[in-house]
Ligand binder design. Structure first.
Ligand SMILES: Nc1ncnc2c1ncn2[C@@H]1O[C@H](COP(=O)(O)OP(=O)(O)OP(=O)(O)O)[C@@H](O)[C@H]1O
Ligand SMILES: [Mg+2]
Length: 403
């Protein structure tokens, strides 16, 4: 059933599940942002000792609901119930105190502070003189990391860690609250298969301790590996909640997109055109070597490899962020040497960076200003910017990309 819920009992839910006492219930919650209805009358229920996967396409409202549960946003309407009792979380601290911990979709650690300082921030252990007891903090952190089998030094600065290691620290931090409800918003977006297996064993432990886990992911295999139940949102609407063992990836995807799978990836003829770029024996000393490939018009070329194998470095070298130590790139048959991103953009390259929040966007500027940045030189001359044309172009792009 794909109909939207108008009553409090979700469609498609197995009757047996409704008899269980719920740890957390979301009842008819709505939330709007200027120009967007992020959540319209949504439901959700989490049982103790279970994993509820929350699925939905980008912008479905998953993170918004999680931030409401964690006291970051206030809902416009609706109710949160904890063990059957209505609660209002005016601050993240209030939600934390009530036993809710959250791993955010975006990494939120302080790079200039140690792992231990990051984990205990705001609840540092103090000594009898009311000073931070660093030794005790390090001891607790070492114990926590050992319990979770995370092999990191509590005193290491977070800024020195890889993205994957930072994500493991975020996981440890969330577990350290010893909360009854753990929300994990895409916790595996930056970690390798080995670490995913590790996280799943941590989740299995938490489950056996009776914790309720809300797990947000876009990865089908993860859902079927750990979820007991699956809830689906689409465009801010609650679509349904079912037992994971009653679904398969086809039925789940069609619930998410609201269409049959055959319509999702229609066959499109796309002839491969002429040779655009060749890369021969490209190398960056100490990082990668011997990278060669051809790229044709109309072609999508995938670069695969494990975390840390150098995929991003290859892209950054081609884009001139880290100029190559050797090898050759030709564009339309002519050799080129790209030594900075400015040059790469002039040659017709665009790069979507790996960590977009850190190196792809200016978060303090508007959407339009961010978009304009990339084409500014084409819309300026005589010391003036052609504001109107530039704005029209970017507004059009916003529409096309549904930003
Ligand atoms: N702080 C905000 N201000 C304005 N609009 C917002 C804000 N946060 C989210 N939105 C909008 O609300 C809608 C739901 O966003 P949300 O981040 O909850 O989606 P999501 O399901 O978590 O998507 P994703 O899978 O991409 O993480 C989107 O249209 C988004 O643009
Ligand atoms: Mg999200």
């Amino acid at each position: 059933m794909l109909a939207q819920a108008t009553v409090s009992q979700p469609p498609g839910i197995q009757p047996a599940l409704l008899e269980e006492p719920y740890l957390l219930e979301i009842v008819n919650i709505s939330k709007g942002f200027p120009g967007v209805v992020a959540l319209a009358d949504v439901q959700l229920r989490v049982r103790p000792g279970s994993v509820l996967a929350l699925m939905g396409e980008n912008g479905a409202g998953k993170s918004t609901l999680m931030k409401i549960i964690a006291g970051i946003y206030q809902p416009d309407a609706g109710e949160i119930r904890l063990r059957g009792k209505p609660v209002v979380f005016e601050t993240p601290l209030a939600a934390q105190k009530a036993g809710i911990a959250m791993i955010h979709q975006e990494l939120n650690l302080m790079p200039h502070m140690s792992i231990a300082e990051n984990i205990w921030i705001g609840r540092e252990q103090l000594n009898s003189l009311h000073m931070v007891n660093h030794r005790e903090m390090h001891r607790c952190t070492a114990e926590l990391l050992a319990r979770l089998r995370i092999n990191l030094d509590p005193e290491e600065q977070v800024g020195n860690l890889s993205i994957a290691e930072r994500q493991m620290v975020e996981i440890a931090k969330a577990v350290s609250y010893d909360s009854d409800i753990l929300i994990m918003d895409e916790p595996t977006s930056a970690i390798t298969d080995k670490e995913v297996a590790h996280l799943f064993s941590i989740i299995a432990d938490l489950k056996s301790q009776g914790k309720g886990i809300v797990y947000i992911t876009h990865k089908m295999n993860e859902v079927f590996a750990i979820a007991d139940e699956v809830a689906v949102f689409r465009d801010g609407h609650y679509i349904g909640l079912q037992r994971a063992d009653s679904m398969n990836s086809d039925s789940l995807i069609s619930m998410m997109v609201g269409r049959e799978l055959s319509q999702l990836f229609p066959v499109r003829e796309n002839p491969i055109g002429e040779l655009l770029m060749t890369v021969r024996d490209l190398r960056l000393d100490g990082v990668f070597k011997g990278v060669s490939f051809d790229l044709h018009a109309g072609e999508i070329l995938g670069i695969a490899g494990l975390m840390g194998s150098g995929r991003t470095n290859v892209a950054e070298t081609i884009f001139g962020i880290t100029p190559s130590s050797g090898g050759q790139i030709t564009l339309d048959g002519k050799p080129v040497r790209i030594t900075d991103p400015h040059m790469a953009i002039e040659k017709g390259f665009a790069l979507l960076t790996e960590d977009r929040k850190l190196s792809g966007l200016f978060p303090c500027l508007s959407v339009l200003e961010n978009m304009e940045m990339a084409v500014l030189p084409h819309y300026s001359g005589n010391g003036f910017i052609q504001q109107k044309a530039l704005r029209a172009l970017c507004e059009d792009m916003c529409k096309k990309l549904r930003v």
